[in-house]
Design a protein around this ligand. Structure first.
Ligand code: PMP
Ligand code: GLN
Length: 382
C-alpha cells in the first residue's frame, strides 16, 4: 500500500475502474451494483431534501437513523442497543473503520486482520502507525485455522479487525471461530472490530454478529453500512454500534474527519432498515442467482472457482489457464476479453503473495445480461 517514497498509492479499485472506463471493458472489478435499490429508500431521500433536511445533522447522526439501527440490531440479531449512546452514524463503513482504528490504537500496537484483507484496513493501520499482524485465509474454503488465530494474538494486540461476510473471499465465520476470538480477546485484553457490511448478503449461511455472543458486546465495535444492503454505495451512510465509552473515543476522532455526513440520506437509510424481512431475503436470493450465473460462466471459461458463501465477489483461480501472475494478467484482461477483475494479491502483503498469485476477484453484483456477456467474452479468450 505504501509506495517506495512512503506515500499511499492509488487504490486498486480506482486503478481498475479507470482501466474499465478507458478500455470500455465490463467492470467486474470494483464492487458496486449496476441497478438502483428499493424505491421507498430513493423516495425517502428525495422527500428529505424537499423537506429541508439539508444542514448539518447532530454529531452522532439523526435520531431517526440511530433508532432504526437499534431496531434493526434487535430485529435481526436480538442485540439491545441504546440509540442515544451506543450508535454513531459515519461516512460509510470506511470512515467508521478509520475513526475506530485511529481512536483505539497507539504507535506500535498490534492490529490483527484476516488476510486477504480489504485494502483500507492496511492503509488505516499504517496511518495509525500500528503494526499489522495477519491470519491467512486459504483456498478452497478461506476459513481461518484456529491455531493461526491463537498465534496472531500477543501482549501487544490492541484490536482484531474481523470482516464477515468477507471481502474478497466470500467466506462467513462460523460460531466456533467467533467464540475462540471472543475468548482470546478477553485473554489478551484486546478489542474486537467487526466489519459486517455484507451482513444481509449471505447464501444459505448464517451471519452471526460477534457482538451477539456471550461476553462479546462490551469489547466489540460493530460496523456496517447501507451501501450494500440498499444498493446505495455512493451515499456513504455507515454506522458503528458499541459500548458508550468506546464510542465516545471514536466520535472524538470522527468529528475531525468529517464532523457529520449525509443529512438527507440518513432518514432514507432509516426507511431501508425498517423494510420487511422479505426485502432482505430477496436481495440475498437475487445475488445468489447472479453468483451462480457468473460462477458457471467462469468455470466454462476454464477457471477454477470457489463458490462464495456470501457477499459481492467470487474468487477464480486462473492457474488452469496457464496464468502464473494474476496481477499482470488482470492488466491485460480488458484487451484479451474485455473484462476487468481485481488480482487477490491487492489484498495481501507482498511477502505472502505466494498463496494468492493466480487468484482473481470478480464482482457479480451486476445485471444478469452483463454477467452473461462477461462470461462469453472470457470463454472466447481461450
Ligand atoms: N468494508 C468492506 C469489507 C467493503 O467491502 C467495503 C466496500 N464497500 C467497505 C468496508 C466500505 O464501505 P462504505 O462504502 O460503506 O464505506
Ligand atoms: N468495497 C468495494 C470493493 O471492494 C468498493 C471499494 C472502493 O471503491 N473503495 O470493490
Amino acid at each position: 500500500l505504501l509506495g517506495a517514497n512512503g506515500q499511499l498509492s492509488q487504490t486498486i479499485f480506482a486503478e481498475m475502474s479507470a482501466l474499465a472506463a478507458s478500455t470500455g471493458a465490463i467492470n467486474l472489478g470494483q464492487g458496486f451494483p449496476d441497478e438502483d435499490g428499493p424505491i421507498e429508500v430513493l423516495d425517502a431521500a428525495r422527500t428529505a431534501i424537499s423537506d429541508g433536511i439539508n444542514q448539518y445533522p447532530p454529531g452522532n447522526g439523526l435520531p431517526v437513523l440511530r433508532n432504526a439501527i437499534a431496531e434493526h440490531q434487535k430485529r435481526f440479531y436480538g442485540i439491545d442497543i441504546d440509540p442515544d449512546t451506543q450508535v454513531l452514524a459515519t461516512a460509510g463503513a470506511t470512515e467508521a473503520l478509520a475513526a475506530t482504528i485511529l481512536a483505539l490504537t497507539d504507535t506500535g500496537d498490534e492490529v490483527i486482520t484476516l488476510e486477504p484483507f480489504y485494502d483500507a484496513y492496511g492503509a488505516m493501520i499504517n496511518l495509525a502507525r500500528a503494526s499489522h499482524v495477519t491470519v491467512p485465509l486459504r483456498a478452497p474454503n478461506f476459513q481461518p485455522n484456529h491455531d493461526d488465530i491463537r498465534a496472531a494474538f500477543s501482549g501487544r494486540t490492541r484490536l482484531i479487525v474481523l470482516n464477515s461476510p468477507h471481502n474478497p473471499t466470500g467466506s462467513v465465520l462460523d460460531r466456533e471461530t467467533l467464540e475462540l476470538i471472543v475468548e482470546l480477546a478477553h485473554k489478551y485484553d484486546a478489542l474486537i472490530v467487526t466489519d459486517e457490511v455484507y451482513e444481509h448478503l449471505t447464501f444459505g449461511h448464517e451471519h452471526i454478529p460477534i457482538a451477539s455472543l456471550p461476553g462479546a458486546f462490551d469489547r466489540t465495535i460493530s460496523i456496517s453500512s447501507g451501501g450494500k444492503t440498499f444498493n446505495t454505495t455512493g451515499w456513504k451512510i455507515g454506522w458503528i454500534t458499541s459500548p458508550q465509552p468506546i464510542l465516545q473515543a471514536i466520535m472524538a476522532v470522527k468529528q475531525y474527519l468529517t464532523y457529520v455526513n449525509g443529512a438527507p440520506l440518513q432518514p432514507a437509510i432509516a426507511v431501508g432498515l425498517g423494510l420487511p424481512d422479505e426485502y432482505f431475503t430477496g436481495v440475498a436470493d437475487g445475488l445468489a442467482r447472479k453468483r451462480d450465473t457468473l460462477g458457471a460462466g467462469l468455470r466454462s471459461a476454464g477457471f477454477d472457482v470457489t463458490t462464495p458463501q456470501a457477499g459481492y465477489f467470487i474468487i477464480a483461480d486462473a492457474a488452469p489457464l496457464g496464468v502464473t501472475d494474476a496481477a499482470k494478467f488482470c492488466r491485460t484482461l480488458p484487451e484479451l476479453a474485455g473484462v476487468v477483475g481485481i488480482p487477490v494479491t491487492a489484498f495481501v502483503h507482498s511477502e505472502n503473495h505466494g498463496d494468492y498469485n493466480t487468484l482473481i476477484r470478480f464482482a457479480f453484483c451486476k445485471k444478469t445480461d452483463v454477467l452473461d456477456r462477461a462470461a462469453a467474452q472470457l470463454s472466447g479468450m481461450k
